[in-house]
Design a protein around this ligand. Structure first.
Ligand code: OAK
Length: 739
């Protein structure tokens, strides 16, 4: 979520009154707002997408509730020591959280472990789960006010507390110390966010977190429904559950369990409800990214849920056999249960089978889902598959974070309505060549560059030139996002400048290259990329011969509030994922809205950006998604450019020191190991960079491209995404506040 103060007072329409009131008390609003810490309750794109979507749901008056975990420790704080990433705990609740309302009376018991027995109720056989452990989920509400509406929705986060019944036995048997330790174990469920956004380690605590979150939320949903409704037949009309990736997909088994074992519906009726209420969005491209839960782990922690999942799978496979016959390969692929040395539950298969709609997050992503990841399912149920290209909220990413641009856009469009109706941004196109707008547009960029330059100096002591192109790549560090390609490009640029004579140097476009992002604590290669960035920066920034022609800065601890400052100050932003690997990407949308030019591969949502703003207004490069497989097949016969081999050699030869440490990194991108095709895309990348340089020196052209970038950003508002979900997936109407 990042910070809340500015966002909240702006959405409530009381920012100026609030600032006045503060100034009467002797405080400056801007200064005060900067004091707020970030709520970092997620890892990256997936979580921030939800935050944007909550803002849109509230603004568009949809009756929605967001559920999540109230982690005591959010995402680690990244500290850089000698160029190496270190992780420190983010104890964000240390000074309290003024935005949350603790609902002491809204608590639910959450059960774990134990056994399942068969019992008879009114002559009917039923299952009874006798749990081995119980904890209490306490609700903390975080209000999300919409913009220009009185509608405020709720983000309900659950914290784990020991239940009064928790291990009472140990107290009774006099094992006092053990009993207290066990109570602490309960609190540990919501204590920490797993900082690795993609690898599933089959850890019990993670599974406990997922079920804790799901169980409390499902109980809350049933309680609310039952407050006003008697018959479960109405449930699908009133409830739509959106699975944001597979992380909450245990909800399927949980709803089924409640309907069967607690509400005593027949399997047939319960299953009918399940199929009508769930929809699933996947946010990943690679099969390895799909979550699997070891059967042993699940069976031990949630024995009844495992039974239910097996039953769902049995029915599904039987139906499937009727449809496709005994095609065992396909049956094996589509089964929810993965056989093998370790038996697993495939949460994605469960989600696809039980959801009425499966969404991808960009058009390309959806195509990859239909033709690769979920091909078998698409062939069976083509009608389930849709896509909703992601979007971000212009309230946070322009109005809050770039007030000067916000004022400028409103002035030229003659209205503030674009803040709720983003399509109006297109009106800026009419002034794309207007000299007066150009002047003002450049002024706004300059103000934001000054703010960013001051931050860089305060943080690193490095003074950067405002005349230089501010070239930014900020996102989680991943091999597929290819921060390494950026660094290799920077080394190449450095090497070229070093070999230039005085005259040629005069033609070099000065650059300040900014890289930022966190690496998962156990992701060694990603950590090496961070260190490489630092050693290269050290060399370049201290080379007096280079001066302002090139600077490299690593911005530590990239989070929402850092992004709010970095994005408006960027001239160019880089989105370098190997085509076919970024499901959507949302950072690019924030840069685009802020009039920052994009240098990018044709991947995820970038492809749709080209359609909106035109290829001439972006710097596209690299292999296309359909070419990537063929390039990989070429393997050892693939020729890499000399320039590429040269920069890798510079690292290997110790030009930047630490050559032993970087050996494994270099090995990963040379020869047949270059899975993400840095070598194959290198020349095309350098050409795109040269095109960016050429455009930058033509100020008029650059400014026009920048205006057209903002003007074309309308499609990438989360308002559009949410509207599409409301209409095509959830079938819900806005619900306006009557007063
Ligand atoms: C994280 C863990 C598991 C699966 C997916 C993710 C994730 O962060 N995915 C990201 O989701 C964003 C929002 O849809 C997309 O923009 C990114 O491309 C995608 O990598």
């Amino acid at each position: 979520m990042g910070r809340s103060l500015s966002n909240i007072v702006i959405n409530l329409g009381i920012r100026d009154q609030f600032a006045d009131a503060l100034s009467q008390l002797g405080f400056d609003f801007e200064v005060l707002a900067e004091q707020e810490g970030d709520a970092c309750l997620g890892n990256g794109g997936l979580a921030r997408l939800s935050a944007c979507q909550m803002d849109s749901l509230a603004t568009l008056d949809y009756p929605a509730v967001g559920y999540g975990l109230r982690y005591q420790y959010g995402l680690f704080r990244q500290v850089i020591v000698d160029g190496f990433q270190h992780e420190q705990p983010d104890y964000w609740l240390n000074f309290g959280n003024p935005w949350e309302i603790e609902r002491v009376h809204i608590t639910y018991p959450v059960k774990f472990y134990g056994t399942v027995t068969d019992e008879f109720l009114n002559g009917e056989k039923c299952k009874v789960w006798v749990p081995g452990e119980m904890v209490e989920a306490v609700a903390y509400d975080n209000p999300i006010p919409g913009y220009g509406t009185r509608n405020t929705i709720n983000l309900r986060l659950w914290a784990a507390k020991p239940s009064d019944q928790h291990d009472m036995e140990s107290f009774n048997t006099g094992d006092y110390v053990d009993a207290v330790v066990n109570r602490q174990r309960a609190e540990s469920i919501s204590s920490i966010l797993y900082p690795d956004d993609r690898s599933y380690q089959g850890k019990e605590l993670r599974l406990k977190q997922q079920y804790f979150f799901v169980s409390a939320s499902v109980q809350d949903i049933f309680r609310r429904f039952k407050d006003t409704h008697k018959k479960f037949d109405e449930f699908p009309e009133k409830v739509a559950l959106q699975l944001n990736d597979t992380h909450p997909s245990l909800a399927i088994a949980e709803v089924m369990r409640v309907l069967l074992d607690e509400e005593h519906l027949s399997w047939h009726r319960a299953w009918d409800i399940i199929c009508k209420i769930f929809s699933f969005t996947t946010h990943t491209v690679s099969p390895e990214g799909l979550e699997k839960i070891p059967v042993d782990l699940l069976g031990n922690l949630l024995p009844r849920h495992l039974q239910i999942i097996y039953d769902i799978n049995f029915n599904f496979v039987e139906e499937l056999k009727k449809m496709i016959g005994l095609d065992y390969d396909r049956l094996t692929r589509m089964s929810i249960v993965e056989e093998g040395a370790v038996k697993n539950i495939r949460m994605a298969n469960l989600s696809v089978i039980c959801s009425h709609t499966v969404n991808g997050v960009s058009r390309l992503h959806s195509e990859l889902l239909r033709t690769k990841l979920f091909k078998d399912f698409y062939d069976l149920w083509p009608h389930k598959f849709q896509y909703k290209t992601n979007g971000v909220t212009q309230r946070r990413w322009i109005v809050v974070s770039n007030p000067s641009l916000c004022a400028l856009i409103s002035k030229w469009l003659g209205t503030e309505s674009w803040i709720r109706d983003i399509d109006l941004l297109i009106g800026l196109r009419d002034y794309a060549t207007n000299a007066e707008l150009h002047q003002e547009w450049k002024m706004v960029k300059k103000v934001n560059k000054i703010r960013l330059a001051e931050y860089i100096e305060a943080m690193s002591g490095l003074k950067v030139s405002l005349d230089a192109m501010f070239d930014v790549q900020t996102k989680r560090i991943h091999e597929y996002k290819r921060q390494l390609l950026n660094i290799l490009g920077i080394i190449h640029r450095y090497d070229c400048i070093k070999n230039m004579d005085k005259n040629d140097r005069k033609k070099v476009v000065p650059r300040v290259c900014i890289i930022g992002g966190k690496a998962a604590p156990g992701y060694e290669i990603a950590k090496k990329i961070i260190k490489l960035c630092h050693v290269v920066a050290e060399k370049i920034n201290n080379d007096n011969d280079i001066g302002d022609l090139l600077k490299l800065v690593f911005i530590p601890d990239y989070n929402v509030s850092v992004a709010e400052m970095v994005i408006p100050g960027a001239d160019l932003s880089q989105h370098l994922s190997t085509a076919g690997h970024e499901a959507s990407g949302t950072g690019s949308m924030k840069f685009l809205m802020n009039g920052c030019l994009l240098l990018a591969t044709a991947d995820g949502s970038t492809i749709e950006m080209v359609e909106e703003i035109g290829q001439d207004n972006m710097f596209l490069f690299g292999a296309k998604a359909h070419e990537v497989v063929a390039l990989r097949k070429k393997g050892p016969t693939l020729k890499v450019p000399l320039q590429f081999s040269r920069v890798v050699r510079m690292i290997r030869d110790g030009h930047f020191g630490f050559e032993d440490y970087f050996k494994s990194l270099c090995d990963k991108i040379e020869g047949t190991s270059d899975y993400f095709l840095l070598g194959a895309d290198f020349m095309s990348y350098l050409e795109a960079q040269a095109a960016a340089d050429k455009a930058f020196v033509d100020e008029e052209r650059w400014t026009k491209m920048s205006i057209l970038s903002s003007a074309g950003a309308g499609r990438f508002s989360s308002d559009r995404t949410i509207q599409e979900y409301a209409e095509n997936t959830w079938d819900i109407q806005p619900c306006r506040c009557p007063f």
